[in-house]
Write a protein that binds this ligand. Structure first.
Ligand code: PHE
Length: 455
C-alpha cells in the first residue's frame, strides 16, 4: 500500500471527536472516580490536572507528530523515523500494552451490557444494598455470563473497525460523542439536585493535601496516561490518519480539555449521588456497578420508572464511552498487523478480535472460577490493570518524550506542529521543555519514589 491510498479522517472535527472518543471512556467514568475516592478527592484532582498539563499535553503532541509525520502504524512509525535503531521497540511495546488493556477493558465494557439488560428488565428495581452486592459478585464470578457479554462487545468493536477509518471510526465517533455529552449532562443535573448532594460536591472541590504521598502521585500520573490514551501509540495511530491541515496543538488541547471535563462531570454524577445516600466514595472499582444502582434505587425508588430510566441512561452512557475507546484500542493492533505483516484489514482485525476474546476470557474468569490463581498477589484482571496503567503506559510515555525531545530532528517537530510554518505556535518552546525535561524527569522521579529511594 502506498502512502497516498492510506485512509484519512475526512474532517478536522472528525479527527478531534475520534481522538476524544478514544480518550473518553471507562477511564473517565469508572476508573477516575474510584482513584479520586481512594486518594482523597479534590487534592487528587488538582494533581491530576497538573499531570494532564505538564505531561499529558506534551506527550500527546509528540504522539500526534510522530503519527502524522510517518503516516504509519505505531511500530512502523518509529522504524520509519529512526531507521536501523532500537526505537522501534517503543512502538512494539505500545502495541502490546494496547492489546493487554483491550483484554481487561472489554471485560468491564461487557459488564455495562449486562447492566443495561438488568435495567431494562427491571432487575435493578426494588433491591437492597446487600442485594446489589450479591448481584454484582455472583455476576462477575459466573463462568459464562460476563464472558458472553465481553465477546459481544469485542464483536461490536470488530464490526466498526472492519468498516474502515472514515466510515467506521469517524462516523461512529460523530454520532456517539454528542450522545455521550447529553447523557452526562442530564445525569449530572439529576445527581446534584439530590438531597445532601453538597457533601459530595465538597469532596470534589475542597482539597486536603495531607493525604498526598507518592502513591497518590503515581495514581494521578497513571490515570492521566490511561485516561488520555497516552503512552501506547493509540493517538499516534489515529494521528497517522489526520489530514495535513489538522492543527496538532489545537487538537491536543481540545482532546485533553474534553477528557478532563468528562472525568470531572462523571465525578459530579457519582459523588453527590453516593454521599446523598451515605455511601463511602472509596468503594473501589465496583463503585459503578454496586454503589450507583443502589443510589438510583434509594434516591428514586418510590418512582420506579424514573429509577429504571436513569440506570438505563447511565449504563448506555458507559457502554458508548467504552465503545469509542475499544475501537481505538482495536485499531492500534489492527493497523499494526495490517501494515507490518501485509495482511488485509479484515484478516488483521479478525486476528486481533480472536486474540482479545481469548485473553479477555482469562481476565474475566480470573474474577470467578480462576480467582485462586494469583500472580504477584493479584488476579489476572487486577494485574493487567496495574501493570498497564502504572508501569507500561508511564514507561511508554517516558520513551515517547525522550524520542521526540532528544532524538527526533527539531525541524521535523517544528514542521509538524506548525503545519510547515503556516501556523503561529506560541507554546512551541514550552512544549519542547515539557518533552525534553519535565516529562522524563517527573516520570522517573515518581517511579523512584515508589521504590522508596528518597526515604
Ligand atoms: N482512554 C481510555 C479511557 O479513558 C482508555 C484507553 C487507554 C483507550 C489507552 C485507549 C488507549 O477509558
Amino acid at each position: 500500500m502506498t502512502k497516498n491510498d492510506r485512509a484519512n479522517f475526512g474532517s478536522k472535527i472528525g479527527a478531534i471527536l475520534a481522538a476524544a472518543g478514544s480518550a473518553v471512556g471507562l477511564g473517565n467514568i469508572w476508573r477516575f472516580p474510584f482513584e479520586t475516592g481512594n486518594h482523597g478527592g479534590a487534592a487528587f484532582i488538582l494533581i491530576y490536572i497538573g499531570c494532564v498539563l505538564a505531561l499529558g499535553i506534551p506527550i500527546m503532541m509528540a504522539e500526534f507528530l510522530i503519527g502524522r509525520r510517518s503516516r504509519a502504524n505505531t511500530a512502523g512509525a518509529y522504524r520509519q523515523l529512526s531507521p536501523g535503531t532500537q526505537w522501534k521497540w517503543v512502538g512494539r511495546l505500545g502495541v502490546l500494552t494496547g492489546f493487554l488493556i483491550y483484554s481487561f477493558y472489554s471485560v468491564v465494557a461487557g459488564w455495562t451490557l449486562e447492566y443495561i439488560l438488568q435495567a431494562v428488565s427491571g432487575g435493578l428495581n426494588g433491591q437492597t444494598a446487600e442485594g446489589f452486592i450479591n448481584t454484582f459478585n455472583s455476576f462477575v464470578s459466573s463462568p459464562w455470563r460476563p464472558v458472553v457479554w465481553s465477546v459481544l462487545f469485542v464483536l461490536m468493536t470488530h464490526f466498526i473497525i472492519t468498516r474502515g477509518v472514515e466510515k467506521g471510526i469517524e462516523r461512529s465517533s460523530k454520532i456517539l460523542m454528542p450522545m455521550l455529552f447529553i447523557l452526562l449532562f442530564v445525569l449530572a443535573c439529576c445527581s446534584i439536585s439530590l438531597p445532601n448532594a453538597s457533601e459530595g460536591i465538597r469532596f470534589l472541590l475542597q482539597p486536603d493535601f495531607s493525604k498526598v504521598n507518592s502513591k497518590v502521585l503515581l495514581g494521578a500520573m497513571g490515570q492521566a496516561f490511561f485516561s488520555l490514551s497516552l503512552g501506547m501509540g493509540c493517538l499516534c495511530t489515529y494521528a497517522s490518519y489526520f489530514r495535513n491541515d489538522t492543527k496538532l496543538p489545537r487538537t491536543a488541547f481540545n482532546v485533553a480539555l474534553i477528557d478532563t471535563l468528562v472525568a470531572i462531570l462523571a465525578g459530579f454524577i457519582i459523588f453527590p449521588a453516593a454521599f446523598s445516600v451515605g455511601i463511602r466514595p472509596d468503594s473501589g472499582p465496583s463503585l459503578l456497578f454496586i454503589t450507583l444502582p443502589n443510589v438510583f434505587q434509594q434516591a428514586f425508588g418510590n418512582i420506579p420508572l424514573l429509577a429504571l430510566l436513569l440506570s438505563l441512561l447511565f449504563y448506555v452512557l458507559l457502554a458508548l464511552a467504552a465503545l469509542t475507546s475499544t475501537i481505538s484500542l482495536h485499531e492500534v493492533s489492527t493497523a499494526y498487523m495490517h501494515e507490518e505483516f501485509n495482511l488485509n484489514r479484515k484478516k488483521a482485525a479478525t486476528l486481533v478480535t480472536i486474540g482479545c476474546i481469548l485473553l479477555g476470557m482469562l481476565c474475566s474468569l480470573s474474577l470467578g472460577v480462576g480467582s485462586q490463581f494469583k500472580l504477584f498477589g493479584m488476579t489476572l484482571f487486577d494485574l493487567f490493570d496495574f501493570v498497564t496503567a502504572k508501569i507500561m503506559l508511564p514507561v511508554g510515555g517516558l520513551f515517547i518524550a525522550l524520542f521526540a525531545g532528544w532524538y527526533l530532528d527539531k525541524q521535523i517537530i517544528w514542521e509538524e506542529i506548525s503545519n510547515r510554518g503556516t501556523l503561529k505556535v506560541h507554546i512551541y518552546r514550552l512544549l519542547f521543555i515539557g518533552l525534553k525535561y519535565v516529562a522524563p524527569i517527573s516520570i522517573i522521579l515518581v517511579f523512584l519514589d515508589q521504590f522508596n529511594v528518597f526515604g
